[in-house]
Design a protein around this ligand. Structure first.
Ligand code: ZN
Length: 342
């Protein structure tokens, strides 16, 4: 938000502070006893062995921390709010959302609550039936698939790195027929993502005729991210953000994963600029550069000596390459399904 403001892209009347979801609202999908356990863990700053075992809280992946209820409940509040405010149509961006691993009765992969699921349920509550959920985070959205795999009115398309946690999202998963998973190999490049965007994502959304589109725009599939081995540039994400804009009367864009503060800040600010159809400066003005120079990444070698373009640009150099046979073959397998489905 600081970076977007410094570019003049975030005026006071263009954003709202997310309401924090109350436990009752979270119980639209999460089990009340689990929600109560998260509240209690935040209050006490620790969990018992039983709570750790039962709810997967206080683990390496889902640690106890000072805002462990308030922070995810605020992202969930944004999702529920979005369902209400998109009733009449529009575009909303919730960069703190996208916690797609959350499960109804336990935490999973640093996701305590599942805001994409809560957004879909909130849209449903406000009369929206057909919802396309597109996920371009490096990880498979196992929580969202768990919630809606058997619902033919939710289209779920996920592009994610193969053989990576949570080790789900296989090419032949179908759910009720509207689940499309495309696992991709390491070194996945912009050219491959363009082929997937043009041949799969856009035609499938068009065929589904959704009343709303949700895009989970995790920033961990870019080459600078330490948790994946994918090598996209941020241009790949922005092109998808832009292409989906206008394909349904309602459009909700979420954040997601992302573990390099510079690539996250640049990518997600660019998502907002893309939604606003802004011109991106070739070189950032001093105020914007100062925001990026103010970031730190303790404990990481790349954080000690960041390359200059992490401070001075928003846009990465494109990372084009060949469309490799394994990507082509998997894409063709899904396209064959699409022809029958559509
Ligand atoms: Zn991720």
């Amino acid at each position: 938000m600081d970076l977007a403001s410094s570019l003049g892209w975030l005026l006071a009347d263009e954003w709202v502070r997310s309401p924090r979801a109350r436990p009752k609202a979270l119980s639209a999908w999460h089990h009340p006893d689990y929600v109560a356990a998260v509240v209690q863990a935040e209050e006490e700053g620790k969990v018992s062995e039983e709570v750790r075992a039962r709810y997967n809280l206080g683990t390496h992946a889902n640690p106890v921390f000072g805002e462990m209820y308030r922070r995810p409940a605020t992202a969930a509040g944004a999702a529920i709010w979005a369902g209400e405010h998109l009733k009449k149509g529009g575009v909303l961006y919730s960069p703190a959302g996208g916690t797609h691993h959350g499960m109804p009765d336990h935490a999973n992969g640093f996701c305590y609550f599942n805001d994409p699921v809560l957004a879909i349920l909130s849209m449903r509550e406000h009369g929206v039936r057909r919802i396309a959920y597109i996920d371009i985070d490096a990880h498979h959205p196992d929580g969202v698939e768990h919630a809606f795999a058997t619902d033919p009115e939710v289209l779920m398309v996920s592009i994610h790195e193969e053989r990576r946690w949570p080790f789900k999202g296989h090419l032949d998963d179908r759910g009720a027929g509207s689940v499309f998973n495309l696992p991709v190999p390491r070194d996945f490049n912009d050219t491959e993502m363009r082929a997937i965007r043009e041949e799969l994502i856009l035609p499938i959304v068009q065929a589904f005729r959704p009343e709303a589109i949700i895009l989970q725009c995790g920033a961990d599939a870019v080459t600078e991210d330490p948790l994946s081995r994918l090598t996209l540039s941020n241009n790949a994400h922005w092109a998808i953000v832009d292409a989906l804009n206008g394909m349904a009367p309602r459009y909700l864009v979420l954040g997601g994963g992302g573990y390099n503060p510079w690539s996250v800040g640049r990518l997600w600010t660019g998502v907002w600029g893309t939604l606003l159809k802004q011109e991106f400066p070739e070189r950032l003005a001093p105020a914007a550069e100062a925001v990026l120079r103010g970031l730190s990444w303790p404990g990481r070698a790349a954080g000690r000596n960041p390359p200059e373009h992490w401070f001075t640009t928003l846009r990465d150099m494109p990372r084009e390459g060949a469309v490799r046979p394994e990507v082509r073959n998997r894409l063709d397998a899904l396209l064959a399904r699409l022809r029958v489905w559509a």
